[in-house]
Structure formats: structure tokens, C-alpha cells
Design a protein around this ligand. Structure first.
Ligand code: DGY
Length: 322
């Protein structure tokens, strides 16, 4: 009997690949920096029993129509907006993601980005490395305090809760808005539920943690930014497309908000000449929310486990559509 075929769409850890290769026929797009070309992905998908995918791969109806053996798409991310989950269900394909293992790492990065933006840390690093530090002065590179301020979290999933926990250590008041109330988090962390509008108008920092869906696409637009305090900061570590970037740029230019910390963009990689990257008040990162060696490795092992479980007829550990 031929072994099931697992196709991995980007170079991942050798020991995860070897462990999969003990049981399956495994092939991998061996590049670390480039996305698998669409024609290669489609031709591999035609033969594959399992795909181990990245958030940069579009796994759509067109692909699944041509993949008669495909049983599982194991995405190396908690977000799965790159996958047409409804089409997967129609084609009997199980989709899995990597929640939980990345929660604390992504929360660390989110809170770090907030601190970096408020306290102008990247600007200060540049200042000293470019030999611009001529003398200490009272307001040199002065930023804004984080402690004792009000943080608003839009989208209170487990990463939102982990961010709230960190904020409490900074004596912040934490407001949140979510589709459903999080009573446990309210009790344990002292976070307070508010309407979307109240979170936007009352917060000194707004963190977007909502997944990208048809409903959330472009939800942070000019009128939403206008609701925010002119002294407030907007932080996004979720998905770029929940923000209307032209509107964010206009809001920053008009002084509707004070600054933004962005780990995600509508178009990734964002081009260096993008208007948002020309704004002094923007701290930008290249989508590294969950990028620590420990967490990315744990994510890889979890995708492996999900593939193994599905191919041996068991329930996957972290299904999206079962
Ligand atoms: C995810 O897992 O969805 C993150 O965006 C990856 O860093």
C-alpha cells in the first residue's frame, strides 16, 4: 500500500519533517522566505492526503475541487482566513489551526508593541545608533505613559485575555468588547465589558484582536478612528484587513489619534514606501506575533499531530470545522 502523501508548503523544522516522514510520503517547499508558487501548490494538492499550510497560502474552492484525496489542511497559525472553510466542509476536508500554544507569545509581542509605540522605543534605538545623542535633555524622545491608563480590547479571545493579564500588571483599567461576555475574565482579571463605541471613546490604547471575517473586514475606518481620543494609540496584531489603511493614515495625519503599532497589514509584505511606514507615529513589525523559537516549534508539532490524527481516522486536536 502506498503511504499517504503530506505536502508542507514552507520549510519547517527538520525533526518535525522527519517525524512525519516516518509514517508518510512527505514533500516540502524548501524555501524559508518565499511562498510556494500557486501552480506548484495546485499540482501537489492534486495528489495530497494532507497539506501543512502557512497563512500566506490561499486554500480555496478551486484548490479543493482538484484535490480528491485531501483529508486535512493543517494551518500553521491560529487565524485561518487564508482558507475557505465552508468550501473545505463541502469537500469533506478537515481544517485545523494552532490555538493555545501561541497565546502567551502573541500577547507578549502585542504588549511589547504597545510599549514600543507609546514610549517611542524604535525611534530611541535609531537615535543612539545613528550617533544623534548629543546630550541628555528633559524632553528628549519623551513618550507617553502606559501604566494606570485605560486599555480597550476589541475581540476578547484567549490572546485578548492574556494581553489583559499583562495590562493589569501595569495597573491599567481594561475595557473590552466581544461578541459574547467573558464573565470568567471579568471576575478573574477585573476587565469590564463595554459597547464597541464606549471602548473606542474611553480608551487610551485600543488593541484590535478580532479575527478577519466578512463582518470585521475594514471595520476600523475613519469614523471609528474619529471616535478615539486624539491622545490614543491604536495597536493591531490580528489581521491587516480589519483596518482600512487609507483611513488609518488619514486619521494619523489629521491628528485624530496619536499613533499606531502595527504587526499586520492588508498587503504582506508591506512595501517600504507605503504611506503608513512614512509616519513617525507608526511602529511597524513584519507579522511576528507568534514568532519565538519555542512557540513556532510547538505550532509545527501541533500541525503534525493534527495531520496524524486525521489520517488515522481520529478527531484532530484543534479542529476548525468539525
Ligand atoms: C496567527 O497564528 O494567526 C498569527 O497571525 C501568526 O503569527
Amino acid at each position: 500500500m502506498t503511504k499517504p502523501f503530506v505536502y508542507i508548503t514552507r520549510k519547517i523544522a527538520d525533526d518535525v519533517v522527519s517525524a512525519l516522514a516516518n509514517e508518510y510520503h512527505v514533500e516540502m517547499w524548501g524555501e524559508e522566505e518565499t511562498t510556494v508558487p500557486r501552480d506548484v501548490l495546485l499540482s501537489k494538492a492534486r495528489e495530497a492526503d494532507a497539506l501543512l499550510t502557512m497563512l500566506t497560502d490561499s486554500i480555496d474552492d478551486e484548490l479543493m475541487q482538484q484535490a480528491p484525496n485531501l483529508k486535512v489542511v493543517a494551518n500553521l497559525a491560529v487565524g485561518y482566513d487564508n482558507i475557505d472553510v465552508q468550501a473545505a466542509s463541502r469537500h469533506g476536508v478537515i481544517v485545523t489551526n494552532t490555538p493555545d500554544v501561541l497565546t502567551d507569545t502573541t500577547a507578549d509581542l502585542t504588549f511589547g508593541l504597545l510599549l514600543a509605540t507609546a514610549r517611542r522605543i524604535p525611534e530611541a534605538v535609531k537615535h543612539i545608533k545613528e550617533d544623534k545623542w548629543t546630550s541628555w535633555s528633559p524632553y528628549m524622545l519623551a513618550g507617553h505613559d502606559v501604566h494606570h491608563k485605560t486599555l480597550g480590547i476589541i475581540g476578547m479571545g484567549s490572546i485578548g485575555e492574556a494581553v489583559a493579564k499583562r495590562a493589569k500588571g501595569f495597573d491599567m483599567t481594561v475595557l473590552y468588547h466581544n461578541r459574547s461576555r467573558k464573565e470568567q475574565a471579568e471576575k478573574q482579571l477585573g476587565v469590564e465589558y463595554r459597547s464597541f463605541d464606549d471602548v473606542m471613546t474611553q480608551s487610551d490604547f485600543v488593541i484590535c484582536m478580532t479575527p478577519l471575517t466578512e463582518e470585521t473586514k475594514g471595520m476600523f475606518n475613519r469614523s471609528v478612528f474619529k471616535q478615539m481620543k486624539s491622545s490614543a494609540f491604536f495597536i493591531n496584531t490580528s489581521r491587516g484587513a480589519v483596518v482600512n489603511e487609507d483611513d488609518l493614515y488619514d486619521a494619523l495625519q489629521a491628528g485624530d489619534i496619536r499613533g499606531a503599532g502595527l504587526d499586520v497589514f492588508q498587503q504582506e509584505p508591506i512595501q517600504a514606501d507605503h504611506p503608513l511606514l512614512q509616519c513617525e507615529q507608526v511602529v511597524a513589525l513584519p507579522h511576528i506575533g507568534s514568532s519565538s523559537f519555542e512557540t513556532r516549534t510547538a505550532m509545527m508539532w501541533l500541525t503534525k499531530e493534527n495531520i496524524e490524527r486525521v489520517l488515522s481516522g481520529e478527531e484532530p486536536k484543534t479542529p476548525v470545522n468539525v
